[in-house]
Design a protein around this ligand. Structure first.
Ligand SMILES: Nc1ncnc2c1ncn2[C@@H]1O[C@H](COP(=O)(O)OP(=O)(O)OP(=O)(O)O)[C@@H](O)[C@H]1O
Ligand SMILES: [Mg+2]
Length: 401
């Protein structure tokens, strides 16, 4: 799919902008702080219902305004769909598809976007939460119903944790104990679904990640992805978001782990909850579940986090995004995902720049931003627009598409 037309009102530093985009590469060049990332953040919003930079929506609303409006016309072959999101400073957002109100959660069914950004380095170098967010966003893009499962799990987790906290204060007995059992059942049911979907995702990602890494780095460092589950971890590494990426022998068979059957996961989950119950009551937090899992990434058999070089870490981050784009492309009836490369070329050496350009130039539409136009490889430099203080300037003599 491609974005044919984008319009923004009161989004970040854009008061109002209307913009035609083309199939193939579209490059936005401008000095720092002019609105390049803001523009692509608006496009990606339809796919992820959030920002890749901030966890709340308020910063996306222009200073002084109450809400922002983002409209995009997406095209796939002869089909057109008009998406609209109203991002509210406060309260829940609103959405329309072809003019008709829909639940906001419906938008990602129509828009598939893979955004590469400097922040992606945090996926490989940051806390486990960054890797969980990466995986969960991709899960939702591939299967929008997972958004509901993840939200339900979060809700159950909060309620269960609140109960543990109050039990810590008042002592847990009688009725509270059976209430905890009810929350345990929900936690296990939803958590098992998430754990199994994430393991399946890692298995699906493994081959395209390996191929992308080879193509980007120009070498085969045998990248691996494996979920470190909270209930396979020792009780004494219980610290919040403890690094699960202890170096260990790389598996001899490179084949990713198969998805364990649900009853097996449920049994392990329950056993771990039983084993940790007193620790949970002591500390007033839920110690077991997918909210404490980590996607361990390795190259050459060693964890990326803490071991890999800067260039290797970038290669892994880019490979994860490229592999995501490949999976979405293979799954989708809407054609290719829209590929966005926000300010990534400045981060890469010339070999990786060229190879990334080559690997992405085959997607139906690629949107590139750069502070320095010369950083963008020739293969992606066809249609260039300038961004200046929240305005888009078409090149002289350009026709509107
Ligand atoms: N809610 C908002 N209201 C008004 N202005 C905003 C808002 N959010 C961000 N800005 C402004 O937008 C500008 C940043 O835009 P953006 O991040 O898109 O820059 P950029 O062109 O990508 O720059 P760089 O090259 O540094 O990445 C900043 O000047 C910031 O003050
Ligand atoms: Mg930027």
């Amino acid at each position: 799919m491609i974005v044919e037309h984008l319009s923004l009102a009161d989004f970040r530093n854009y008061a109002a902008v209307d913009l035609a985009l083309r199939a193939g590469p579209n490059v936005f060049v401008g000095k720092n702080g002019q609105g390049k990332t803001n523009l692509v953040e608006a496009i990606a919003f339809f796919a992820t219902l959030g920002s890749h930079r901030v966890s709340s929506d308020a910063p996306m609303v222009r200073d002084g305004a109450e809400y922002a409006i983002v409209r995009a016309r997406l095209a796939h072959g002869e089909r057109r769909v008009q998406l609209e999101a109203q991002v509210n400073r406060q309260g829940s957002n609103k959405a329309r598809v072809n003019g008709a109100p829909v639940r906001t959660a419906e938008l990602p069914r129509y828009a598939q976007v893979v955004l590469f950004a400097p922040e992606d380095l945090q996926i490989v170098r940051g806390d486990p939460s960054a890797r969980r967010r990466f995986a969960d966003q991709l899960l939702v893009q591939r299967a929008p119903r997972m958004a509901g499962v993840l939200a339900d799990y979060d809700r159950v987790l909060k309620q269960r944790t609140a109960l543990l906290k109050s039990a810590r204060a008042r002592g847990l007995k009688g009725e509270a104990l059976s209430t905890l059992d009810v929350w345990d059942d929900k936690l296990v049911a939803l958590g098992t679904e998430i754990i199994r979907a994430r393991i399946a995702l890692a298995a699906d990602l493994a081959p395209p990640v390996a191929a992308a890494y080879r193509a980007i780095a120009g070498e085969d460092h045998r990248p691996e992805l494996e979920w470190a589950l909270s209930f396979s971890r020792d009780a004494d590494t219980d610290a919040d978001d403890a690094d699960a990426a202890v170096p260990k022998e790389s598996r001899t068979d490179a084949a990713p782990a198969a998805v364990p059957p649900a009853p097996e996961v449920i049994a392990q989950f329950r056993a771990a909850l039983a084993a940790r119950r007193s620790a949970e009551l002591d500390r007033g937090i839920t110690l077991v579940g997918p909210h404490r899992d980590d996607l361990v990434l390795r190259v050459r058999g060693l964890p990326v986090k803490g071991y890999a070089s800067h260039g290797e870490s970038w290669s892994v981050a880019l490979s994860l995004r490229l592999a995501s784009a490949e999976l979405l492309r293979a799954d989708s009836q809407l054609g290719d995902p829209i590929v966005i490369l926000d300010d990534v070329f400045a981060e890469l050496d010339s070999g990786r720049r060229g190879r990334l350009a080559e690997l992405t130039s085959g997607f139906e539409q690629v949107i590139v931003t750069a502070a320095v136009g010369a950083d963008v490889p020739g293969a992606l430099r066809a249609h260039t627009l300038r961004v200046e203080a929240g305005a888009i300037i078409e090149p002289e003599g350009a026709e509107h598409g």
